[in-house]
Design a protein around this ligand. Sequence first.
Ligand SMILES: C[S@@+](CC[C@H](N)C(=O)[O-])C[C@H]1O[C@@H](n2cnc3c(N)ncnc32)[C@H](O)[C@@H]1O
Length: 265
Amino acid sequence: MKNIPFEIIGHIMILRKTEETEIMENFAKTQMKNHHYIRTVLVQVSKIDGKERKRELKFLLGEEEFETTYKEHGNSFLLNPIHTFFSPKLSYERQRIASLVREKERILNFFAGVGPFDIAISTKQHTCEIHSIEINETAYSYLCKNIVLNKCQERIFPYLGDAFVLVPKMFLNKINRVLLPLPLEAEKSLPMAYESLKDKTGIIHWQITNHVQKKQIRKEDVEEKIHKILRNNNIKCNFVIRTTRFIRWIAPRIGHFAVDLHFSN
Ligand SMILES: C[S@@+](CC[C@H](N)C(=O)[O-])C[C@H]1O[C@@H](n2cnc3c(N)ncnc32)[C@H](O)[C@@H]1O
């Protein structure tokens, strides 16, 4: 049998459209027989696209139930993959960031989605205050539900809206750590994230994409990219790249990377 790339989110299996429907159905039936928790099969027929990072998913087999609960590291995330972004592949990155957070930090996530990064942090580090912004109404509604589901309502504060509007109004000079999990807006979000840091000091978890041959990015190239963005925004500051990490391939020779930046006075 042909191997078809797939991912599983809760009870939903999502197949990449690589074959004819009959071949896809046979593959899905075998997977459902071997893994009884798969009850719905969807086919991804478009790339992840647009600012809400959604993809077109078509129903193939099983139950027509598209809301699901995904569990990881003791957390549960309720979501509908047709209407919201979610990727199990970011699980390690969520745990990595959560393990870096220290007590009593004030954290801001520009692009929260259904809340997986913020909930991962909040359930590990109970003394932090996390502000989570999301523009997609459906994702925001799941974010609110997930905050309650994971008992984080005293520590995570959700906002429905555009981060580029809300951050200058509410968060300038207030934050210790910023999450920017949206490479599409990497260039635009970095200067504003810097302005939100308290006393121009703190950590920014930046995500970018870059043309690369291997799963590596040169620190000098990232540094140059950052200097250029800061220069274009008239920002003079000190920063150090603490970590660069390959997350995944998003297209042939286009890597998705996490970059941890430490800013100081
Ligand atoms: C790549 S997804 C990441 C979501 C979440 N952090 C995760 O890892 O599952 C980016 C999210 O940012 C949201 N978004 C895009 N532009 C935004 C903006 N200007 N302000 C707030 N949220 C935005 C999208 O709707 C989407 O849910």
